[in-house]
Design a protein around this ligand. Sequence first.
Ligand code: ATP
Ligand code: MG
Length: 335
Amino acid sequence: MADAPRPRKRILSGMRPTGRLHLGNLVGALWNWRMLQDEYDCFFMIADYHALMSEYEKPAGIRDNCREVLIDFIACGLDPGRSVIFRQSDVPEHAELHLILSCYTPISWLERNPTYKEQMEQLTSKDIHNYSFLGYPVLQTADIVIYRANLVPVGEDQLPHLELAREVVRRFNHLMGREALVEPQAKLTASPRLLGLDRRKMSKSYGNQIDIADPPDVIRKKVMSMITDPLRIRVADPGHPEDCNVCQYYKVFDPSAHDDVADKCRNSKWGCTDCKRHLAEVLSTLLAEPRAKRAELEAHPEQLHAILAEGARKAQAAAREVLNDVKALTGLGKM
Ligand code: ATP
Ligand code: MG
């Protein structure tokens, strides 16, 4: 007798709708997510409650950004036929479970979170001294466990959040006397940390990004402004491709050309301007398909609405089961 097929492991991942997605999001997350769809049962979320935690002073952009992020998701190969693609606030069960789990989360666990401490120091342009921001990882825990997700693809900055999620789950299960919630595992993405035009990490909030939606003329302008090897002033000066952000981009976006590009740089066979002009073409070609797909989707907003409606329906059905179970265990709801 043939073995019964094993159920596929489940993945949840999300992005905050704080802007359009960029090349860093593409190489660090979307390319990986697209592949994961072949092997896992995937839930991809547009985390608008999480966006509100830092954008609450000017929340008007969140809705537009949800639309932009959804378009980027689909344009880059996330498939609503295979994956559940949804907006967090369409499934208010997340908020309800967040409240319940917050009862099981000691404040000291949140205050010692290194990612929180770092953001408090770094994110000076926004006031994040609010109640919700401290509890950011508790909502994230709810996001994960409400789908019984086994794996969460994350970058290193997210590891403390995942560890906290696991601790909350263990505490809850221990107090309830059974394995009510699934303890998730981090699935570290071996993603390159793409640097932006100014050599800091490419980020939506630093204004140093190339967006997936950028047309060729914008890409060209941005690439021409990239900082190259600071020691190479004239074409005749030998370059140091290993220290040059532009050459690093070749490694990621046109790996078969990288060695040749590095040789031309090191041996002064071309100048930085030639190198950038060529990179702009590589990127424009790479983004041509998502750009065309974006245009198609923009012309059919009804398709976007349908994707979100279907995603919300599927996500909510799964979320309700876990929430009902948790409510029964915690004395809430039905008598
Ligand atoms: P924000 O500035 O609002 O924090 P962001 O550009 O840092 O936005 P996030 O929404 O925080 O983007 O990250 C979404 C996903 O993209 C995460 O999985 C993150 O690891 C990945 N990511 C973000 N920036 C980069 C980058 N420069 N290189 C590689 N991966 C990245
Ligand atoms: Mg970020």
